[in-house]
Write a protein that binds this ligand. Structure first.
Ligand SMILES: [Zn+2]
Length: 326
């Protein structure tokens, strides 16, 4: 990153379209959407500093307190049983940690907006409380008026991260005040290779501040310090989604896979959320190849997302099939 004239910072973007400047200034209002405490620092600790250095405003929308995090909790608290009271205490601890990390990044305490949704429960909230969630997020957007929104990638394999993307895209499609730049970040899984890549040019001082902020997350560092530091040590990279809608009609799964009775197909758009047992999913083989949804189109202007998943509790937290935008 190089400092430009009149408090403007430039970051470089590269991708199919070549290089593209991402410009911040005193007009910039960056909203960072974090499913759990630490996602904001791992993914955007330097982006936050770039915006603040340029005189812009930053807010953090923290979706959960990261309370459903049993293995680090067992390790740190030397206990086997983790019940609701223990989870709540762990969530409070992680909320304090995010406060400390943001302080290190120079973010004022009032800029943190925690929703306190259930950790590992965002997909269920999309399915069963979509209207209330959208209303709340739209209220935040209207109050803050972001010019940039940094959010998890749809392809992230952590179910809360994929669900956070769906929530924000639906809220943004519904919110008509303006169209902010959408920057997606990936923490778990493979890069979906969609949209233009924006890589922040590393700055030693900002990187040092980011790594110092990570140290606030003692609850996570105790068991996974090496992995967490490696994640935070990567050059900060985002995918800039240019258009808020993509034109892909075909589902990325085989018909025989979707039809498995132990799988659930969930479809979410501005019209609501619907879930179908795989064997009864409204899908047909397209004459042109692939599988298409047999549902009326979403309301005008709304993106639509589908997720193929197991509707069962499992010790394996990551999504196998995940979300697709259609
Ligand atoms: Zn996370």
């Amino acid at each position: 990153m190089a400092s430009g004239e009149s408090g403007t910072c430039r970051c470089r973007a590269s991708g199919r379209g070549g290089r593209m400047p991402l410009t911040f200034g005193s007009h910039t209002r960056l909203l960072v959407v974090a499913p759990h405490p630490d996602d904001e620092t791992i993914s955007a600790g330097e982006l936050i500093q770039h915006v603040q250095q340029a005189g812009g405003e930053v807010e953090i929308l923290l979706l959960t307190d990261g309370d459903n995090n049993p293995w680090p909790q067992r390790w740190v608290e030397r206990r086997l049983w983790v019940g609701p009271a223990e989870r709540e205490r762990w969530g409070r601890r992680r909320r304090l940690e995010v406060g400390q990390a943001l302080k290190t990044l120079g973010v004022r305490p009032e800029a943190l907006h925690p929703l306190g949704l259930p950790d590992m429960g965002l997909t269920a909230w999309l399915r069963f409380h979509l209207d209330a969630l959208l209303e709340h997020v739209a209220g935040r957007l209207s109050t803050f008026q972001p010019t940039h929104v940094a959010m998890p990638s749809l392809g992230d394999r952590h179910p809360d991260h994929g669900a956070a993307h769906v929530l924000m895209r639906l809220a943004l499609a519904h919110w008509t005040d303006s169209i902010p730049a959408v920057l997606t970040y990936l923490v778990h899984g493979r890069d979906p290779r969609e949209g233009e890549v924006v890589v922040l040019t590393p700055g030693l001082r900002m990187h040092g501040v980011k790594l110092a902020a990570m140290e606030a997350y003692a609850s996570q560092m105790a068991l996974s310090g090496e992995r967490m530091r490696a994640l935070a040590d990567r050059p900060e990279q985002f995918r800039k989604i240019r258009a808020l809608r993509r034109e892909a009609r075909v589902l990325p799964w085989q018909l025989a896979t979707i039809r498995q009775p132990w799988l659930t197909l969930t479809v979410v758009d501005a019209g609501g959320a619907r879930s179908f047992r795989g064997s009864a999913a409204p899908v047909t083989a397209s004459p042109g190849g692939g599988v298409v949804l047999d549902l009326a189109p979403p309301p005008p202007g709304s993106p639509r997302f589908a997720k193929l998943h197991m509707d069962l509790r499992s010790p394996w937290i990551f999504d196998r099939w995940g979300w697709s935008e259609i």
